[in-house]
Design a protein around this ligand. Structure first.
Ligand SMILES: [Cu+2]
Length: 333
């Protein structure tokens, strides 16, 4: 079992723990548990059991089904009476198998593409400890507001550590990525992830999931040859995402595709409400296709009234045909 799998199970246990509403088990994440426990609604959300993964034949260090609902809340520390939410992010190079024929040396964060979905609440002090174990210089540049010295554009060399610390604000869906030139290359190799800042009064309960759209320039010609949701091309085509009928889905979506100026996202058989950049608590519009330039991100909310399988994909269909394609498997309520 590698670390990403272990951390997945830790997160999964935490979620189960929340759902069951058992208090006082005493663990490092106690403060986190209490904060979420304060919401009376989470217990109402049902998440289908994960099917047994039969995809180990591809032998990848991460699993998009785990990435989908995995949130990294960090570790809570108290320093001089102040609460700090601390995250650890490590850059490295890892060979990943994009399909049965094509391997690719990714530059990644915490051994996965996309990197961990970091999550905090508005106004919290966050500290990101960034260790660069990769041979190239990298950085973590966050979107959202922060002081200039925390902007993550100063190269961090191999073997060095940087600490980024700032107040998480404003609430919404943000991102982080390496900002070393050429940025196209550092991003498309895999150095990016989502940064969710929750509003002080939580959003309603939902089956929450993350999708990050990425592109792979296999032959360094500044064009993408393959695309993916959450790291592996066509993964959710071959492993449809199980969701329950008539249950609210809250999808945090981010476009990190370089070289293509913009992509759309479309779901079949349904409409979704759009919360642009997650910066509102009421929807901005309702549609079934939304356009995002690189680094644009939104919250989409929907629920399926009919069971069965429904595709989702960008409506630049060539991008869907080269890997950015998946399905929801809607289970009867
Ligand atoms: Cu980099």
């Amino acid at each position: 079992m590698n670390n990403s799998v272990n951390s997945h199970f830790n997160n999964w246990n935490r979620r189960q723990f929340l759902r069951w509403g058992i208090a006082g088990m005493g663990m490092a994440g106690g403060a986190i548990l209490l904060r979420h426990f304060a919401s009376p609604f989470n217990a109402a959300v049902r998440i289908p059991e994960r099917e047994t993964d039969n995809d180990l034949t591809l032998d990848n260090p991460f699993n998009p089904t785990a990435i989908l609902r995995e949130f990294d809340y960090g570790i809570i520390k108290q320093e001089n009476g102040r609460k700090i939410r601390e995250f650890n992010v490590v850059a490295n190079s890892t060979l990943i198998n994009l399909n049965s024929a094509i391997s690719f040396i990714s530059w990644n964060l915490n051994n996965r593409v996309p990197g961990p979905t970091l999550r905090a609440t508005e106004g919290e002090r966050v500290r990101i400890i960034f260790n660069n174990e990769d041979g190239h210089s990298h950085t973590l540049h966050f979107h959202g507001t922060h002081p200039a010295e925390m902007d993550g554009v100063t190269p961090i060399r191999h073997g060095k550590t940087a600490i980024y610390e700032f107040e998480a604000k404003p609430y919404g869906v943000h991102l982080y990525h390496c900002h070393i030139a050429p940025v196209t290359r550092h991003i498309s190799k895999g150095l990016y992830g989502m940064f969710i800042v929750d509003p002080l009064s939580p959003r309603p309960p939902a089956d929450e999931m993350v999708m990050v759209m990425g592109g792979y320039d296999i032959n360094n010609d500044n064009h993408n040859e393959l695309y993916a949701f959450n790291g592996l091309p066509n993964y959710y085509r071959d492993h449809p995402i199980s969701i329950y009928q008539n249950q609210l889905i809250r999808l945090y979506i981010l476009n990190m595709i370089e070289f293509d100026p913009a992509v759309t996202f479309h779901i079949h058989g349904n409409m979704f409400k759009v919360y642009k950049t997650g910066r509102n608590l009421t929807p901005d519009e309702e549609t079934d296709v939304i356009t995002m330039g690189t680094a644009e991100r939104h919250i989409l909310e929907f629920s399926y009234n009919y069971p069965g399988q429904f595709m989702f994909h960008p409506h630049q269909d060539i991008i869907a045909e080269y890997g950015c394609f998946g399905k929801f498997n809607v289970l009867p309520a």
